[in-house]
Structures are given as C-alpha cells and as structure tokens.
Design a protein around this ligand. Structure first.
Ligand code: ZN
Length: 627
C-alpha cells in the first residue's frame, strides 16, 4: 500500500532537482553536472554534485546521495510518502494511492487538513483585526508578543460566541466535527469547539496545523488550557508543539529541549534556543520519544524543577536503555518557567540549557542541595537518601561512579557505601508515588532488521563497468550481466539496474550503500571510450574464467578434455590485450563467458535479497501520522 508507482515516477520526473536543491545550497554548472557546498555536512570546498538529467545527487565528502525524493527525506526528515507528498504539492501533481480505502482516507485527511488550515487563518484574522479580540491583543502585548511574532506563530482568537467559525467555514458538519473544530450540542446544533480563547496552532512535522492549544484570558472562567481532542489528525500523545520549526535546530545542535507549554517553546526561541518542543497537555510519552530520537538522542527536559525531579525514574531509565537516548534535566530557578525566564533573564535560560545535567545527577544534586553536610548525622542521612536515588539506576558501572563520588562527599568509606547500596537494591521498592503502575521495563521495540551492510565498491574495472551500464545502457545491455561481477555491491547494483531500469528508480529501492554507489557513478560521466571499458572488464572476467577452468582441469579425471577450450581462451585473451580490440573477438569472448557462467553456475548466488529490499512507502509510517 502506498502511493501509486506511476505517480511516484511522475513526481520524480516533474521535479527539477537542481531547482529543488538550490533552495538549500548554491549550485554552479561545471561541465555536465552541477556542484556546490554539501547541504548535509559543513565544508569549505564543494564536494556535492548533481546530475540534472538523471535526477541524482551525490556528496563525495559525506556520501549523502540519492534522487529528489531521498533529498527531501533527508533534508526535511520525512518518510518516503511524506517526501513524495511534499514534492507532489510543489509540482502540482495530485497523488493516487494503491489502495482504494487508503485513497479515500488520504483524500479525507487532505480535506480535514485544509479545514484546520482555514480555521487557523480565520482565528488569526480575528485576533489581528476584530474589536472583540482587544483584550487578547493586550494580554499578548503584555507577554511580550509583537505583531511579527503573532504572525509567525499564527496566533488566533476564538470569539466568545456559539458558531461563528463553523458557519463561516461552510463545510460539512461531519468534517468539521472530525477535524475537531466543532461539535454537536445537546440541542442537536453544530457549535464551535473553542470559545473565548487565545489559540496556538499545533502543527505536524511538515508545518500543517492539525489542532490547537487554547489559553483562556486571565480572570475568565474555565480551565487555563484547553487543547484539541484526539481525532483523525491530532493525537496528543504524539503531537509535539514546535517540532516543525525546531527540527533543523535540533539536528544541528544534536539536542532537543522538551518543555511543557507553547509559550515556553516561544520563550526558548526568543532566547536563541531554537531546538525546543512542547508536549501538548500531557506527560512525555514513548511515542514522543520515538519521534524525537530520529532527530537527536540527547533529550533535555526543561520542566519545573520539582516536576522534573519527580519524573518517574524507572520510565526514564527504561527509555534510555530501550531507545538508546540520554535524558538530561535543566536546572531552572525555583518557580520559574522558561517563558518567564526568557523575558527576565534570557542569558540565564541559555546557560541553564548548556549546563543541563544527566537525569541521575540532577536528582542526586537535588538531594544533596537540601542536605546538612556539616554534621555527621546530616552526612549519614544524605548518604542514605542519595543511595536510594542511585539504586534506581539500572547500570552497575554508573551506580558505582556515583557511589564513589558520594562516599567522598559524605565522608563514608566507599566499600561501606557499596554494601549499603546493595542492601537498598535488595529491599522491596517503595510504591511509585505518582500513581502510575510500576512496570519494570517498557516493551522493547521490535528488533531492528538485521543489517548486513555491503562493503564499499572500490574504483576499478567493476565500478567502471557499472558506470558504463548507467551512462551507456545501450552498450552494456545484452553484453554484461550481473553474474560477471564479483564485488557484492556491484552485483546488487547491477541487478537493481536490471530490475528498476533508471538509476533514479534504483536509489529508492535498494539499501543505502548500493544507492550511494549508483548515485556516485551516475553523477560522474564516463570519461573514456565505452568499448575500452567493456574490453577491460570482459578481459578481467575472461582471466577469472581461465583460472577456474585450469583449476577444474587439475582436479578432473580427464584433464585433456580441457586443453582445447583453455588454449582458445588464452589466445583470445592475448588478442584482447592489443590496442583497438575488434568487436568480433569481444563478442565471442562475451558469448563464451556467458555460456560458462550459465552452465557452471559458479556465479554469485542468485539474488534472494531482492525480497528484503523495501518497497517505497511500505512499512509503518514513522511520521506519527495516521495511515
Ligand atoms: Zn556532504
């Protein structure tokens, strides 16, 4: 299931790859290709090449390579379907999906997304211009929002009325309800979902609004925050406010700051920390982490200090182990949230992030900070209290590091501390205080697919022959085949070219190392005569075949049976050494080799790896979108 292959091909063919990449880096024409500074790694001299006619790019520095779809996936951090959808929107192509239900589902989703987008515009316009939004505008001004920010974050105002939005959008009631914009009240009438609130649009990763966070004005009734309810577009345990704007900053700094409020994210941005996201009215979930760890595995919690300190330690350590992330905590001044600190002391907010401590260290220091280390009794109590915290960490080596440090600070012999720690660890754990059930471990994720990476294909006759196949398929086809290659990457690449046709098609279907090889060879033209390449390659295969025949003859009960064929092959190979090989000899040799490899079956094993290669768009979507 996914986007129809022909539509993917249409998107690829209609995308101007030079124009696309030029939005991210400046490209200059050099001969047949375009080059520029690589948008994927920092460099001073260009090692990034684009082949316009094949629609491929390759970086000789960091080895990033692929076609327009790969480029968008990598640079925008999207999955295959997401990247194709983005390019389709860019080129004005309407996509069809292979499954009727999915097709309908996508169409409905597109319709609902458009509705939410129109609602965001409508609310934003109300906030900017409507007389009834005066109090909201004043409130935002007091909180430091200027007109630019109101526009950038597309803030809105939901009027204190029944159904102004749903009436003015003029869509089907069913769609308005499904998109979370309206609901049917007891009288059976459709009513606006949000009323008398300042609205923060919550965008998906691609920057499309999927829901809203609504804040009431001070001194009015109701809960401080009201968010969209879960629906087909919006899921609060997956949604992360600000991720669309912050993902570039997160990748660049290799760190994501997680906070609790929309205004905290904005506060961080104002203070120059462009890598913050907020959960939307819920604690951090495993789904959030799955989404975040694609961008960075260093997760910095910027919650209120008490809350962060009490975050369920077991869950944090389980996440660290299962998801291979590291959790840090920002030490904020008591009672301060990032939003306020950004306005009063932006410098302090920045350094608090820089000084974030590992989760365990943060908790230990909170205990130590409250301890009386001047008296022997105080130090003993501190030792006990910190050991209880250290005991929760699953890694013995980590525990021991902390024990040694604490022994020193509490003036207790290290061995005695260790003995005490073991006691604590053996004794039953106190029930968790946050009321959540105490699960030892989160369910581990499905085991990753076994990855046997193919080795890199070195420059040589095989890479040249492959380049020939890419740039002059008319010369190679019918002469070469995959079984003539030895290097596993070359074999895989050749098979893929046979199966998928164009190099651009290949790179979307094969493992990354094969895709990289194909892209690398495709961006550099073949600079020698195709016949020479063919002759060198075929001679090499011929010499190999000769060696095999001679070995076979030695171990055969009838070595004389090989004499004729071996001597013919030797003479022919001698012929091949001459300059300007005649095509007839070449053709004869090829025919001979093909017959040999066919009947002896000594070529590389048949491809059973094709099945393992993923089809584009199949497999679970990892964008956190509904399917
Ligand atoms: Zn690069």
């Amino acid at each position: 299931m996914g986007i129809l292959d022909e539509d993917v091909a249409r998107v690829r063919a209609s995308t101007d790859i030079v124009g696309l990449i030029s939005q991210y880096t400046q490209l200059k024409r050099v001969g047949q290709r375009w080059t520029g500074l690589c948008p994927f790694h920092a460099e001073k001299t260009p090692s990034f090449s684009v082949n316009d006619s094949e629609g491929l790019y390759h970086c000789f520095g960091c080895k990033a390579s692929g076609d327009a779809i790969t480029f968008v996936r990598e640079i925008e951090h999207l999955d295959f379907v997401g990247a194709v959808e983005l390019l389709a929107a860019r080129t004005g192509i309407t996509l069809r999906y292979s499954d009727r239900e999915e097709h309908e589902g996508r169409r409905r989703q597109a319709r609902l997304l458009e509705l939410v987008d129109r609602a965001a515009d409508w609310y934003h316009e109300r906030l900017r211009t409507s007389p009834d939004a005066g109090a909201a505008r004043r409130y935002l001004r007091d909180r430091g929002f200027d007109a630019d920010e109101v526009a950038r974050y597309r803030l809105g105002w939901a009027p204190d009325d029944w159904d102004q939005l749903v009436r003015s959008l003029g869509a089907k009631a069913e769609d308005l309800e499904a998109a979370g914009l309206g609901f049917t009240n007891r009288a059976g009438r459709l009513q606006d979902f949000f009323r008398a609130r300042i609205l923060f649009p919550i965008d998906d990763e691609r920057g499309r609004p999927i829901g809203f966070g609504g804040r009431k004005l001070p001194g009015t009734e109701g809960a401080k925050y009201q968010n969209s309810r879960d629906n087909v577009l919006y899921n609060k345990s997956k949604a992360l406010y600000g991720l669309d704007r912050s993902k570039a900053g997160i990748v660049q700094a290799n760190e994501v700051v997680v906070c609790e409020g929309y205004t905290d994210v904005i506060g961080f941005e104002r203070a120059g920390v462009d890598r913050a996201v907020a959960t939307c009215g819920t604690a951090l979930t495993e789904d959030h982490l799955r989404s975040l760890k694609r961008f960075s595995r260093r997760v910095v919690l910027a919650y209120d200090a008490d809350e962060a300190g009490q975050a369920a330690a077991e869950r944090v350590y389980a996440w660290e182990q299962v998801h291979e992330i590291s959790v840090f905590v920002v030490d904020l001044p008591p009672g301060a949230d990032p939003d306020e600190l950004a306005r009063s002391e932006p410098e302090r907010l920045r350094s608090a992030v820089t000084d974030a401590r590992p989760f365990l260290s943060f908790r230990v220091e909170r205990v130590m900070g409250a301890a009386d280390l001047d008296s022997p009794e105080g130090r003993a109590r501190a030792a006990d209290a910190t050991l209880a915290v250290v005991a929760e960490h699953p890694d013995a080596l980590v525990r021991d590091q902390y024990v040694m440090d604490l022994a020193d600070r509490c003036r207790v012999p290290a061995d005695q501390m260790r003995g005490r720690l073991e006691q604590v660890r053996r004794s039953p754990r106190p029930a968790p205080t946050d009321g959540r059930s105490s699960r030892r471990r989160e369910e581990p994720e499905a085991a990753p697919q076994p990855t046997h990476r193919l080795p890199e294909l070195p420059d040589g006759v095989e890479s040249e022959a492959l380049r020939l196949r890419i740039h002059h398929p008319e010369v190679a086809t019918g002469v070469l085949d995959a079984s003539m290659f030895r290097h596993p990457t070359a074999v895989a690449a050749y098979r893929a070219l046979d199966r998928w046709g164009s190099p651009a098609e290949v790179v979307d279907h094969v493992p990354p190392e094969v895709a990289e090889t194909v892209a690398r060879l495709a961006v550099e033209p073949l600079e020698v005569d195709p016949t020479d390449v063919l002759a060198r390659f075929v001679s090499e295969v011929g010499r190999r075949t000769l060696g095999e025949l001679e070995a076979e003859a030695r171990s055969s009960s009838d070595p004389l049976a090989f004499v004729e064929v071996v001597s013919w092959l030797k003479v022919t190979l001698d012929h091949m050494r001459r300059p300007n090989v005649d095509v007839e000899t070449l053709t004869e040799l090829v025919a001979f080799i093909r017959a040999e490899t066919d009947h002896s079956g000594s070529g590389p094993p048949p491809s059973d790896t094709d099945e393992e290669w993923s089809e584009p768009g199949s497999g679970p979507s990892d964008t956190g979108e509904l399917g």
